[in-house]
Design a protein around this ligand. Sequence first.
Ligand code: SF4
Ligand code: SF4
Ligand SMILES: [Zn+2]
Length: 639
Amino acid sequence: MSKPVYLGELLLYWCPACNVPVLGKKCSCGNITQKVSITPPGDIRPAFAHDIEHINAVSQEQFGQPLVPDDRIVVLNKAPYDDRMDEIIVDGQVIASIRFEVDRLKWVLLPRLAGARRLFQGKDLSKLKNWVILDRSALQFIVKGANVLAPGIENADPDICELDEAVVLTPDKEVVATGRARMSGERMLERERGVGVKTRWKGMPEEQATPSGGQTWDDVVRANEDILDTFIEKGHQFIENVAATVKRPVSVSYSGGKDSLAMLQLVDECLDDYDILFADTGLEFPETLENVTMIGDRYNKPIRSISVGDAFWRSVDDFGPPAMEARWCCKVCKLGPITQLIEDNYENGCLTFIGQRKYESEARARSERVWKNPWVGNQIGASPIQDWTALHVWLYIFKHDLPYNPLYEQGYDRIGCWLCPSSSLADLVRLKKTHPRREARLTQYLLEYAKQRGLSSQWVEYGLWRWKKLPLTMATLASDHGINVIPTHDPEQELTFAQTSGYRPCKEGGMSAEGSFNTAVDLSRLETTGMLRVVGKVLYIEGVASVSHDEDRAQVFASGTLTTRSDTEHRAKELMHRVELSVRRGLKCMGCGVCVGKCPNNAITIRNGMACIDSICDQCGRCLNVCPVVKFGSVGHGE
Ligand code: SF4
Ligand code: SF4
Ligand SMILES: [Zn+2]
């Protein structure tokens, strides 16, 4: 399990009088609240009806009984884990966790004592599942932390399977522990030697107090009114200050997600003049696109948008499936179009409010509240909701009854591209239910990719395609399940380059070297794109492109051969590398536009879906290494 990460203060409290969550030490009713102990980072959020149904369905299947009563406010807290895991908070207590276990490809509910008491205490065991009754003599050892040994078991549900979550009771049917069964119920009943239940939570028998229910989210909004007002006011001040200081046209980046919605509302409350920006990655959920249109109407603002259409599917054959460490799609489908959007609309740059929050990730927690976008020339980014948890965002959305994306009511807690490699496997499995056609397209592509490379279909099933290099837990899972994750062959469409000679002194002085691409080079495409200008002055004559810069000389032949000469071996090597990358870029550019904003001389324009470099290029080289073709072009899975 991953280590807990603190990204900010843990802000979940509970008002005992109102029986609702409060984001601070005092409820609006005047009562002092009680701290709820949750796992950091603590980006708490409301459970929607769908979340509660899901929890209850899993609980019903495991224990024969739903966990959460209908009339309760439920808060979820995303906890660090290999895949999705949420702590479930009801009546001011963490009563269980629910997580997607990748090796079993299923959701599992892990009740704590408070949850197990709700399920079992005072109930008729004949209708319940996965219970174990201790022999009275074993009780004192279990409450002190020991595992339940099979000989210490008086009775058990015979249908328990190994690895099921089990609840341990005293002979008087009081809950004293929960944990994972290490053998079947039948073997427990035979009192075999060994551990019957590996306990996780344990404690002395206790009555389960349940405060009265019936609260609604409106009650929660009311209880948080004072705290929320303080956050809102700070947000307004921030927006007004930044807008007054930066003095550029103001835009709001809207993504269709809850954070950008809350931020848009905040901006709208204090500024009249702003635009809404939306970059359509071509991988948006249909619900997101509908929501964006709805938002334009509600705020009565034109939406400045750009769409890359099916850029992802046009590029995927060149790059392979995107991976956590190689999210080429972010550049091709997101960064490129955003750059373009800003360049097209704001000649002298703009200020963009962006709904990013520190509780989302370490990178975001480290980020400033105002920053200069390193990718898009002249864009200043600023986040007015940097310190908000997801619960602040939701309460603010509920307070104003804002039209949020309906996907949140289908179990999604983050909304972005539907096939993002940073999605959990749980999200990808859910996609099959919510958007089956999209899921089928992705799976079909991945299976074909795997087949061509001799990878097992389980590489797709277990979501292992999401990494170039598997994290330890996933590598262990692959080895346990006998899944081949190393390609056995390469379908050979990749452009490769090899140096064919060592560095040799040449007659005219200096050092020379030779190399070759595995295919002929389309020189007319190189000429149209002007990519070799990044290396030097270029002359195209009869099947050869000759490049010169100071003492450096390089020649690219249509046959795929490349020669370079420079005064030292080191420089000849660098030159060869730079020419190789420029050729790659020229041949494989998919017009993403990422390089456009990087050029200090405005030398790059996108024409006919390709980047074209003008003669004003001064060879600074900034556009070269940012290009996804150069960055991700030649890295295969399993390497
Ligand atoms: S970024 Fe530098 S190398 Fe690239 S086109 Fe612009 S001036 Fe030329
Ligand atoms: S050359 Fe520019 S537009 Fe083309 S793929 Fe590279 S970064 Fe994108
Ligand atoms: Zn209260």
